[in-house]
Design a protein around this ligand. Structure first.
Ligand code: FES
Length: 90
C-alpha cells in the first residue's frame, strides 16, 4: 500500500487512462513513456508545438512558458498535472 495518490491522465480522444509517474519531468515525457506519439519541437516552452486542450483538471508549469497559450490549452513539454487531468491530443 502506498500513501501517494495516483494521478490519472485521461485522453479524451481515445478514452485511454494513464498513471502519471511522479518521477516524470513533464506530461510530454509521461505520454512518451506510454508509447504515445505527441507533437513537440523545443521541449522547453518556446515553440507551442506540444499545445493540447486541457478539458478537466489543472496543471503546474515547471517554468512559465514563453509560447502563447490560450485559455483551456496547455503545453505538455513543461508542465505536470496538479491532480487528475483530461486532455485532448488531436
Ligand atoms: S515542445 Fe515547444 S513548447 Fe512544448
Amino acid at each position: 500500500m502506498s500513501d501517494s495518490k495516483t494521478v490519472r491522465i485521461t485522453l479524451t480522444d481515445s478514452g485511454q487512462d494513464l498513471n502519471f509517474d511522479s518521477g516524470c519531468p513533464s506530461l510530454l515525457a509521461c505520454l512518451e513513456h506510454n508509447k504515445l506519439t505527441v507533437s513537440y519541437q523545443c521541449r522547453e516552452g518556446y515553440c507551442g508545438a506540444c499545445r493540447v486542450k486541457l478539458t478537466k483538471g489543472s496543471i503546474i508549469y515547471n517554468q512559465e512558458p514563453l509560447a502563447f497559450v490560450r485559455e483551456g490549452e496547455v503545453l505538455l513539454c513543461c508542465c505536470k498535472p496538479d491532480g487528475d487531468v483530461s486532455i485532448t491530443l488531436d
